[in-house]
Design a protein around this ligand. Structure first.
Ligand code: SF4
Length: 106
């Protein structure tokens, strides 16, 4: 009987750890965003997409209203200076930045 209790207890602990990990993995990106590094303009993906921190400085940007903060791929909080972008996994882009994948937020 005691052995059964120990197994159950061990199982409960194992499941609790698993649930904690799942909860951590399921946190909204916005809660973890502050910990992400800022992408640099010389990042290979940034270069390929012609990303710049200041959209107004890009010679490739044709739409003067296009900024990361109003792009459908931007996941930063409204009003934040930096935020995650679907195209730059694990990094943040500048809310006033731009790249050539920009698409108006719906
Ligand atoms: Fe900015 Fe959108 Fe390009 Fe991401 S996809 S870097 S949010 S313009």
């Amino acid at each position: 009987m005691k052995r059964t209790f120990s197994r159950s207890r061990r199982s409960l602990l194992q499941n609790s750890c698993g649930l904690a990990a799942l909860a951590a993995a399921g946190l909204p990106a916005s809660l973890l965003a502050a910990d992400l590094p800022h992408v640099t303009e010389d990042d290979p993906t940034a270069k390929a997409l012609k990303y710049v921190h200041d959209a107004t400085k890009s010679p490739d940007r044709k739409d003067t209203e296009a900024f990361c903060h109003n792009c459908r791929y931007f996941k930063g909080k409204k009003g934040s200076d930096w935020g995650p972008c679907d195209l730059f996994a694990g990094k943040q882009v500048n809310a006033n930045g731009w790249c050539n994948v920009w698409a108006k937020k719906g």
